[in-house]
Design a protein around this ligand. Structure first.
Ligand code: ADP
Ligand code: MG
Length: 220
């Protein structure tokens, strides 16, 4: 398989549209998970936000990555309620800052932008690994992504490794006791439930793996 050398705007838009579709398909799952340890709105929050993102992207004209990610981030900040809106908004705003004025990204630039976004979430929410949040899926994912690229994996294979790491991180939230966000109010009663934000975070990385691997196939 040949590697895609650079990533264009259309592929990133496909990633976000794939994610929006996955959020819509998993809305009830995310809400059910949030019902167990939160306030049963994570699926609704994310679906409302990404439906709005989908509409904004249909009217998106520039191919500057800075503008693209900023549009996504600002939309999520304004449309997604709860803790997850500002956190996912920060992820995309940081990705926009890392890729301002660029119309193409190398796999390493994409990985660095995503890692910067996850760092933004950590700063904004001050969650550490093990706190039972989206960070428990996102941090292993960006580490696996960078490690695979450092070992000369294709972007497709590196994102598959990242997706597997995010899935493992998501499942690892089940036995954790929450120390951040609404679930932390439950104390030990938060143990035994999968974190909703870690679940939506896994879907984000899974969507990237699916879409970037399809693009790689087209380039064969
Ligand atoms: P809310 O908890 O305000 O209702 P959501 O239900 O949309 O917001 O999102 C809940 C998810 O947000 C949690 O499952 C968790 O993954 C994530 N979360 C909450 N607080 C934090 C934080 N401080 N840092 C990182 N993620 C967090
Ligand atoms: Mg909630």
């Amino acid at each position: 398989m040949t590697t895609i050398r650079t990533i264009d705007n259309a592929t990133v838009i496909d990633w976000i549209l794939r994610y929006a579709a996955k959020i819509a398909a998993n809305k009830d799952l995310l809400t059910t998970l949030d019902a167990a340890i939160g306030d049963a709105d994570h699926g609704l929050n994310m679906d409302r936000g990404f439906e709005e993102v989908r509409q904004r992207l249909a009217a998106h004209v520039t191919d500057d990555f800075g503008q693209l990610f900023k549009t996504i981030g600002m939309t999520l900040l304004s449309k997604v309620g709860g803790a997850s809106g500002p956190l996912y908004g920060t992820l995309f705003l940081r990705m926009g800052m890392a890729s301002a004025d660029k119309t193409e990204l190398t796999p390493n630039e994409f990985a660095a932008a995503l890692a910067g976004g996850v760092e933004g979430i950590r700063q904004r929410g001050s969650a550490r690994p093990g706190d039972k949040t989206m960070v428990d899926a996102l941090l292993p994912a960006v580490l696996a992504l960078q490690q695979a690229l450092d070992n000369y994996a294709t972007l497709c294979d590196a994102l598959k490794a990242a997706s597997a790491a995010a899935e493992a991180g998501m499942k690892a939230t089940i036995p954790m006791q929450a120390s951040k966000g609404r679930a932390s109010y439950l104390g030990p009663r938060s143990i035994g439930h999968q974190d909703p934000g870690a679940t939506s975070a896994y879907l984000l990385i899974l969507s990237a793996a699916e879409v970037f691997c399809e693009t790689a196939d087209e380039n064969q």
